[in-house]
Design a protein around this ligand. Structure first.
Ligand code: F6P
Length: 376
């Protein structure tokens, strides 16, 4: 058996279940042979591309991983390195940006070489996979051989191509449904309207599933323009008022602010509802409307059982891939409840995975009368 040294890191937005994934990779490697050495890099790619005297944990004892499975977040930290992406259009100094990108990539390549890593396992989103692919390509160009890359999909946005579900999504969905239920209690008491903004980056998966699972009146998704057309949203609210709904809940994906080109869309909708001559409460007064944001609370708390189970399955599969002699960059995913292997470059090329117009959940939402055209 060839002794291997495998690097592991968590990267991008933290996702509940990331700890279970790291734990499963660690234990999967050690179950194969206690001789394998594991290097946990802190703070995501900053650790892999940083000064190694402060940024890594070498082959820690199993007891150091004890109980992390029950903790949210990621115990080794995560981070983002904007410079690994192309400079933004308004970048003041693209040359400096490019220099910084080359520096980061070179340091990571040298670190991988110095530690003689045979593979790197990264738990994160497509942005992290893109950064790692750049580093792996620079490594191959410099040393004429490949370092193995194994991606494990971890993001609450659930927008990674190549897998039906990402680690962290289920916990985030439960968190946002719980927030909607709490909100419901108070707006029911006051006969009000609430707009609940949820994360998801450019995708609407959290908003769509929260609206269905939490029984929202309606929803606003970046992928479906009719859902964030304010006159259409007002028509749906008027219909609910006509049916004498005691309260109204609107789940809004954060991405609609960008998709609509209006960063103040939520506030504008709140003002439109309160200013609408038809939308009135039982005393004939404007319908009080409160704008709430779940924000980072969606990412907190202990991981759901589903996420820890998914993370353990994908982490275990990642360990087995890292121990193989395969070096092609891949991501472990889930399809029809089976663990599958996806080409990492295809994952990056096709991500983010957004809601398609024919998606079954959109049809279910329509049939539940929370879709864009409902006049119930
Ligand atoms: O990608 C996960 C996510 O939570 C998105 O839903 C959100 O828009 C983004 O991270 C926030 O990024 P940050 O944690 O860097 O502020």
């Amino acid at each position: 058996m060839t002794r291997k040294r495998i690097g592991i890191l968590t990267s991008g937005g933290d996702a509940p279940g990331m700890n279970a994934a790291v734990r499963a990779v660690f234990r999967g490697l050690k179950a194969h042979s206690p001789d394998h050495e594991i290097m946990l890099f802190r703070e995501g790619l900053n650790g892999l591309a940083g000064r190694l005297d402060v940024n890594y944990l070498v082959d820690i004892e199993r007891r150091s991983l004890r109980d992390i499975i029950n903790r949210g977040g990621t115990f080794i930290g995560t981070g983002r390195i904007p410079e690994l992406k192309p400079p933004p259009a308004d970048c003041a100094d693209p040359e400096a940006w490019e220099r910084r990108r080359r520096e980061i990539t070179d340091v990571a390549v040298i670190n991988i070489r110095q530690f003689a890593l045979s593979s790197v396992v990264v738990v994160g989103g497509d942005g992290s996979f893109k950064g790692l692919l750049q580093i792996a390509q620079a490594y191959a160009a410099r040393y004429g051989e490949q370092v193995g890359l194994v991606g494990v999909p971890g993001t609450i946005d659930n927008d990674i191509w190549g897998t039906e579900v990402c680690i962290g999504f289920d916990t985030a969905l439960n968190n946002t449904v719980e927030c909607l239920r709490k909100l419901r209690d108070t707006i029911d008491s006051h006969r009000r309207c609430a707009i609940l903004e949820v994360m998801g980056n450019t995708s609407g998966w959290i908003a769509l599933t929260t609206a269905i699972a939490g029984g929202a009146t309606t929803m606003m998704l970046p992928e479906v323009p009719e859902t964030f057309d304010i006159p259409k949203v007002l028509a749906r609210v008027r219909a609910a008022v006509r049916l004498n709904y005691r309260y109204i809940t609107i789940v809004m994906a954060e991405g609609v602010r960008t998709a609509s080109g209006n960063p103040r869309l939520g506030e504008e909708l709140r003002d439109a509802i309160e200013g609408d001559p038809v939308i009135r409460d039982i005393q004939g007064r404007p319908l009080e409307t409160r704008l709430n944001t779940v924000g980072y609370l969606a990412r907190g708390g202990h991981p759901s059982a589903f996420d820890n189970l998914l993370a353990s399955r994908l982490g275990d599969a990642a360990a087995r891939r890292a121990l193989s002699d395969e070096r092609a960059p891949v991501m472990m995913g889930l399809k029809n409840n089976q663990v599958v292997v996806a080409d990492l470059e295809a994952v990056v090329r096709h991500s983010p995975r957004l809601i398609t117009p024919d998606h079954e959940l959109l049809r279910v939402a329509d049939h539940l009368l929370i879709g864009p055209e409902q006049q119930f």
